[in-house]
Design a protein around this ligand. Structure first.
Ligand SMILES: [Cu+2]
Length: 266
């Protein structure tokens, strides 16, 4: 009896070891956005689990890519109709799991997040006058890929940023939306001599002119695109320079409600 149990345990341990060692890097899907066209390069059928999306900006236009799974009982037709009416309403039909904004001079950016089993996803470029949409489906198997290692983690919850306040200039930032509202993050460097209190006051009052004198939005990046409740994604980011930044969520006036945080990039 004891030998049989030991045998089962040994077989189980071997199985676990095999499963762990079988974990490879996440498969990559290339999303190319030209401003007039949006295309996906997918090698073979996608399965559930960590998947890396590399957004390539072709041409001159910026790309703002949002990737989301249709919520249960929502059809692709329903989504397409909604997105042509009001993109804000269309977001309600999705679990926005990840995305990436790429603006000149940057050409490419990547984000990794786990795809949901048995789901239809839409990929939207919201940068243009008219949103461009494409879609893909995810099967019911697990892809066995491992999540990337994060250099820093940030949580967005109840109109606040939590977690790391020291971010790598170049690295992988894990973001989690642990609250009820959709959020995104813009990070902009503080100008020389700009104090936290003054920046905070300008944000809460929505005083854009004053804010522009304190914060350099031309050197800003968007380390996290809009994601909805429960989403966890791994953004490969590169900040333009080291120093003090303010990280802000501008979604539906969250900035005026205090959703900003001072961070240091080094
Ligand atoms: Cu927010």
């Amino acid at each position: 009896m004891r030998i049989a149990v030991a045998g089962i345990l040994a077989a189980f341990a071997l199985g676990v070891a095999a499963a762990v060692s079988a974990q490879g890097p996440a498969p990559t899907v290339t999303v190319t956005a030209s401003g007039t066209a949006l295309s996906l390069d997918v090698s073979g059928p996608l399965q559930a689990g960590p998947t890396r999306f590399e957004v390539v900006r072709a041409g001159d236009a910026p790309a703002e890519i949002a990737i989301g799974a249709l919520r249960p009982a929502v059809t692709l037709d329903q989504f397409m109709t909604a997105v042509q009416g009001d993109p804000e309403d269309a977001i309600e039909l999705l679990n926005l799991d990840g995305g990436a904004s790429v603006s000149p001079p940057t050409r490419r950016r990547a984000v990794t997040f786990p795809l949901r089993a048995n789901s239809t996803y839409v990929v939207i470029n919201i940068a243009g006058r008219r949103p461009q949409v494409t879609s893909f489906t995810v099967g019911g198997q697990a892809n066995g890929a491992a999540l990337p290692r994060a250099d820093a983690s940030v949580r967005m919850i109840d109109l606040r940023f939590r977690g790391a306040t020291r971010l790598p200039r170049r690295g992988v930032l894990r973001f989690e939306n642990a609250g009820w509202a959709p959020h995104f993050a813009v990070a902009a460097p503080l100008r020389r001599g700009a104090g936290r209190r003054a920046v905070g006051a300008a944000l809460r009052r929505g005083n854009e002119r004053r804010l522009g004198r304190l914060v350099d939005f031309r050197a800003s990046i968007e380390p996290q695109s809009l994601i909805t409740r429960g989403a966890v994604d791994y953004n490969e980011v590169r900040f333009p320079r080291r120093g003090r930044y303010v990280m802000v969520c501008f979604f539906e006036g969250h900035d005026r409600q205090g959703m900003y945080r001072f961070v240091r990039v080094r």
